[in-house]
Design a protein around this ligand. Structure first.
Ligand code: PHE
Ligand code: ZN
Length: 863
């Protein structure tokens, strides 16, 4: 069997469902290998559908046990059934019920889609199309039903039984079994269905909504780990409050449950009233989690909670509209985190992530519009483009309309689409109608793939005190986009108070291919500060000199652009070399001012663009070794030039012995700066750095500092490193989430010995190909975070990842396909490396019986 290009589903071919399902009554009898599911579906013809159509229910690897229509068993010639579908050729043309009995083997479900077991816990994952692995159904997001779920299980095996909505009944049964009934009054698509059964501990609290509803909130985890769920529980409560204050959105059920499981393909899932999480995004203690973990938990708890309105109350008409819930919800969680922490620091983190993940995707073979128009496998479209560029579009909309009209538009969107399956057009219509603006041109952001370029030039007339700023945009030679450009002029003395009638609140909306703005009253030669706060997801083509960047670094009023100036200077030095003195001196002065005032910002100023970001700037013939070498040399130069200051920071920011750990942003910022100082010092003097890092490792009282010190040490070959790695591995042998950090750290060592080290770690007792977190930590970190070794000329790096993809595909195609996306930028590599990547991709393509997930990625990557 040769891999065929999988067939495509097209947005243009959307048709409403021919049938609707108003109510679903499920009876699920949990058993490790023979779980019985009885689904009672209340169906009716859809007035908007084809009145002569057959009823086609989706299935996936299902086994039908029994089937009845309006209580009567169906004769065999009335239907056709297979594991992937159930078709009634002549269904009633009036409301009717179907009772469908299926039998499932959750223990054998390694795809982690549908009903499966994570350890001993029964759980479900139904987005995007996993419900069809539980029963035959109209598994599409525009079919909304009211669900009642009865769950039955062995009392010892599954003392806790959770479902969507509110608990209505529970009780004991014969034979040590028990049951619970859950009812969700809010109509929802099948992808939001969930149930959980298992032995779980929990932490709980109550929250009273703005409407006066008393909600029982709980986070369920593996027994014994309850204390590690406290931060997540607090994040839920803060999310509930924030969504009321920022968007006027109250919670709408009497209970809200979060469950952490250890085997999960993605980060987390927003099932109605029953969010299921990858335990990595719930469990935290100072001893096991870093500041970054705490921040990620806060963000993802918020993200899933916010979906209750942006995704659940208002859902998507079809999967092409995925950004409608994901882009919007990422925007909402970013705003939440910005309010909880430092807005400027968070914005920088968002943009770094966008550039690291989305820009390369948008420039490679897997590029697609934020709203795709065709897909072969929807699970391959949970991408940085849909999520992060999708969020940037919402952010631009807010910038264009201003906060008040934006909020009014959001209110309108929720009001008009509540209980409906909506489209991107519905979303934009809400904003157009409250603001009176025509958003047709703006809508192109959803349709056009690729990262637009923004270029500029200035003409300063000192005599007339005018400055003309010309902006021009381009994207694949197509028509211009609507681009909000936040900007201002800066001089050596600070922001210039010049007059420009084209700016509203410091923003110019570029709608033409090119436009010139005139500033008056410009008293000195200005440097333009463009794209403040990264007001549009574009590439800014540099026409600034080193001196200009130094002015912005020192004097811009926009913190994002001060950081950006540092990044631009570093990029220039990494790409073209040259003396780093001026940059180092400017960074030194900045540190003097900012380290005491805003340590988190100072830490970001010290971190140079990553190797991937440097590669992004290069069109072709990318040589990761050259990038790595140049970046390392710059880090060493900065470490030496800033030594006194960095040592001073290290000493001054040491926490007094006995200071209790707090994950708050201020404390995390101080740790970030101190650890950045350690890292640069070690780059400048590896010998002394190894000793310093070893001492810091010894003294560390929390995982943030311990992992940072180990990370610094890991870059310095030698016995000290090996001893420290071994000790860390032994210390956390029973902590899989900590071992993931240890796997990742070793997988990203940029040395030729790393593939062999990874092969050794694959034999570690804690490593398992069946657990997505382990595979991501060890092989994913290598593929996405170790460019010099992954792309090695001898091909061993590509082979390591390809072998894992091949080994994983049979059991878990989604995880395999995701890992394979690491090959996305292969064509841009230096020829000697690109040929090896191509060879490996062709080898994968030739594997017989490849999943649709992997076949889709491999064919698009090679196209
Ligand atoms: N919808 C989830 C989110 O919040 C992501 C997800 C997709 C999880 C598919 C599981 C499966 O972003
Ligand atoms: Zn989401």
């Amino acid at each position: 069997m040769r891999t065929e290009t999988p067939p495509l589903i097209h947005l243009a071919e959307y048709r409403p469902s021919d049938f609707l399902i108003d109510r679903v009554d499920l009876d699920v009898r949990l058993h490790p290998s023979r779980t019985r599911v009885t689904a009672m579906l209340a169906l009716r013809p859809n007035p908007a559908g084809d009145p002569t159509a057959p009823l086609r229910l989706d299935g996936d690897e299902l086994a039908l046990v029994a089937l009845a229509l309006d209580g009567q068993p169906l004769p065999e010639d009335a239907y056709a059934v297979s594991p992937s579908g159930l078709v009634l050729s002549a269904p009633p043309r009036r409301p009717f019920t179907l009772a469908i009995v299926t039998e499932l083997d959750p223990g054998a479900n390694t795809k982690l889609m549908g009903l499966y077991r994570s350890g001993a816990v029964y759980c479900t994952q139904c987005e995007a199309d996993g419900f069809r692995r539980i029963t035959y159904f109209l598994d599409r997001p525009d079919v909304l039903s009211v669900y009642t779920t009865r769950i039955e299980a062995d009392r010892d095996e599954a003392p806790v039984l959770l479902g969507n909505g509110n608990p209505v009944e529970a009780g004991a049964l014969d034979g040590n079994r028990h049951y619970a009934v859950w009812h969700d009054p809010h109509p929802k698509p099948a992808y939001l269905f969930a149930l959980v059964g298992g032995r779980l501990g929990h932490v709980a609290t109550r929250f009273t909504t703005m409407e006066g509803r008393d909600v029982a909130v709980a986070v369920h985890v593996e027994p014994g780990k309850e204390a590690r769920a406290a931060y997540a529980l607090d994040a839920v409560v803060r999310s509930m409050r924030w969504d009321e204050e920022a968007f006027g959105r109250p919670y709408d059920l009497d209970v809200f449950n979060v469950v952490a499981v250890s085997d999960f393909n993605m980060g987390a899932m927003e099932n109605k009233g029953l969010n299921i999480f990858n335990d990595k995004y719930v469990l935290a203690s100072p001893e096991t989690a870093t500041d970054a973990d705490y921040a990620a938990i806060e963000a993802i708890i918020a993200h899933e909670y916010f979906h209750n309105w942006s995704g659940n109350r208002v859902t998507c008409r079809d999967w092409f509209q995925l950004c409608l819930k994901e882009g919007l919800t990422v925007f909402r969680d970013q705003e939440f985190s910005s309010d909880m922490r430092s807005r400027a620091v968070h914005r920088i983190a968002e943009v770094r992530q966008l550039r690291a993940r989305q820009f390369p995707e948008d420039a490679g073979p897997l590029r697609h519009p934020v709203r795709p128009t065709a897909y072969a496998e929807i699970n391959n479209f949970y991408t940085a483009t849909v999520y992060e560029k999708g969020a940037e579009i919402v952010r631009m909309l807010k910038t264009l309309l201003g906060p008040d009209a934006f909020r009014a538009g959001m209110d309108r969107y929720f009001a008009e689409n509540d209980g409906r399956a909506a489209t991107v057009e519905d979303f934009l219509d809400a904003f157009a109608s409250v603001s009176g603006r025509d958003l047709a041109a703006f809508a192109q952001w959803y349709a056009r793939p690729g990262t637009p370029r923004l270029a500029f030039r200035t003409a300063y007339d000192p005599a007339a005190r005018t400055c003309d700023l010309t902006l021009s945009q381009s994207l694949d030679g197509g028509p211009p986009l609507v681009m909000p450009v936040a900007l201002g002029l800066v001089g050596p003395g600070g922001a210039l108070d010049a007059d420009c009638p084209d700016l509203a609140d410091g923003v110019y909306v570029l709608t033409d291919r090119e436009a010139t703005l005139r500033f008056r009253g410009v008293t000195e030669r200005p440097v333009p500060s463009l794209l403040r706060g990264f007001s549009a997801p574009v590439r800014l083509d540099g026409a600034l000199t080193e001196a200009d960047h130094l002015v912005l670094l020192a004097r811009d009023t926009d913190p994002f652009n001060r950081w950006q100036a540092g990044q631009s200077l570093a990029l220039r030095l990494i790409r073209a070399g040259g003396p780093a003195e001026a940059f180092a001196e400017a960074l030194g002065l900045l540190l003097d001012a900012e380290a005491p005032r805003d340590p988190a910002f100072a830490a970001l100023m010290l971190s140079l663009p990553g190797e991937g970001e440097v590669a992004n700037e290069i069109e072709a013939e990318v040589d990761p070794d050259a990038i790595h070498g140049a970046r390392k040399a710059l880090r060493a130069a900065l470490g030496r030039a800033l030594r006194d200051r960095l040592e001073d920071i290290e000493a001054r920011l040491a926490e007094p012995v006995g200071t209790p750990y707090s994950p708050d942003a201020a404390a995390a910022g101080r740790r970030a700066l101190r650890n950045a100082a350690l890292d640069l010092l070690a780059a400048g003097d590896p010998q002394a750095g190894a000793a310093r890092a070893a001492a810091r490792l010894e003294a560390a009282t929390n995982m943030t500092d311990r992992l940072a010190a180990l990370g610094t040490l890991a870059l310095i070959p030698g016995d000290a490193r090996e001893a420290a790695l071994a000790a860390f591995g032994a210390r956390y042998a029973d902590e899989p989430l900590v071992l993931d950090k240890w796997f990742a750290l070793q997988a990203t060592i940029p040395e030729p010995g790393t593939p062999e080290r990874i092969e050794g770690l694959k034999r570690h007792p804690a490593y398992a190909l069946t657990n997505p977190n382990r595979v991501r930590a060890l092989v994913g970190s290598f593929a996405f975070g170790n460019p010099t070794q992954f792309t090695r000329e001898d091909g061993t790096g590509f082979a390591l990842v390809a072998d894992t993809v091949a080994a994983l595909d049979g059991a878990n195609p989604q995880a395999a396909a995701r890992l394979l996306t690491a090959f996305g930028s292969w064509r841009k590599l230096k020829k000697s490396r690109a040929v090896k990547a191509e060879e490996m991709l062709n080898r994968i393509k030739a594997i017989p019986g490849l999943s649709r997930d992997v076949a889709d990625i491999v064919t698009r990557t090679l196209a």
